[in-house]
Ligand binder design. Structure first.
Ligand SMILES: NC(=O)c1ccc[n+]([C@@H]2O[C@H](COP(=O)([O-])OP(=O)(O)OC[C@H]3O[C@@H](n4cnc5c(N)ncnc54)[C@H](O)[C@@H]3O)[C@@H](O)[C@H]2O)c1
Length: 263
């Protein structure tokens, strides 16, 4: 799998899955525009990517940020062959409202979820399509989640946002399939990243979560990037509108956790 001559724009590239995507794409010959709100992490990534990359500091919760990010990538590379909409994470100011049953959902947390996790995805997709049409095609990969396919206790805003990402992926796919633009999403399970580690302070969560995963471990960011890289590549030339689950078997099972049944 090679990406020579291709340009990737990836959001949330400072950490976790987005960072692994940026590094994996560059390692396969591609050029990378890496966007994130975290300037410190971007500086580290910039030195790793070297001439194969540029970094763009962007807070996707702010109006105009998506347009500015895309203008910066186009200004540097003049094309975008792969768009990976991946950024998400609640800022420190909203952490207090992170876990809430439906009756207690905080408006600001709901709005942030939709803005960064969904509206920014739509805005970037809307802007990249004319670019890809002019280039003769392209690939869009969205990071959704198994949380978009099922309910989770206490993160209803996140569940609703990720479900919408899966369905927006499908609509984008069917509307542009005949234009050689493919759109797919990945549905990670529990992946060992900064975002997931925030859940680990819930008493008992980590043990219960790991007991439920047939693979018996968390996923690694690189394992999610590998799926995204495949979907971005020509190897996936007939794959569009797919929501590819990568969760160590978590959602393949019935109610009783596999590892529990096996002792
Ligand atoms: N880790 C998991 O278990 C898991 C499971 C399913 C889906 N996901 C999804 O994977 C994606 C990547 O998350 P991750 O697990 O790699 O977490 P992460 O915290 O390692 O990376 C997320 C990145 O997004 C950036 N970000 C957050 N808010 C932003 C904003 N407003 N503007 C720009 N950048 C912003 C963060 O700075 C961070 O670098 C997210 O969409 C997340 O919902 C993660």
């Amino acid at each position: 799998m090679r990406f020579d001559g291709k340009v990737l724009l990836v959001t949330g590239a400072g950490s976790g899955i987005g960072r692994a995507m940026a590094v994996g794409f560059a390692a396969r010959g591609g050029l990378v525009a890496a966007a994130d709100v975290n300037g410190g992490n971007l500086a580290t990534l910039a030195s790793e990517l070297g001439a194969a990359g540029m970094v763009i500091e962007a807070d996707l919760s702010l109006p105009g940020s998506v347009a500015a990010m895309m203008d910066a990538a186009m200004g540097r590379f003049g094309r975008i062959d792969v768009l990976h909409n991946n950024a998400f994470g609640l800022p420190a100011t909203l952490q207090r409202g992170r876990l809430a049953k439906v009756a207690d959902i905080v408006d600001e947390v709901w709005d942030y979820n939709l803005q960064v996790g969904l509206t920014a995805v739509m805005q970037a997709t809307r802007r990249v399509i004319p670019i890809m049409l002019a280039q003769g095609g392209g690939a869009i990969v969205n990071t959704a989640s198994i949380s978009g396919q099922f309910g989770d206790f206490g993160i209803g805003a996140y569940n609703a946002m990720k479900a919408a990402v899966i369905n927006f992926t499908k609509t984008t796919a069917i509307e542009y399939a005949s234009d050689n633009i493919r759109c797919n999403c990945i549905c990670p399970g529990m992946i060992d990243t900064a975002l997931f580690r925030k859940s680990m302070d819930i008493p008992g969560f980590t043990d219960a979560a790991l007991a439920a995963v047939p693979a018996g471990r968390l996923g690694r960011p690189e394992e999610m990037a590998n799926v995204a890289l495949f979907l971005a590549s020509d190897l996936a030339s007939y794959v569009t509108g797919a929501a590819v689950v990568a969760d160590g078997g978590l959602t393949a099972q019935t109610g009783v956790p596999t590892r529990f049944r096996n002792g």
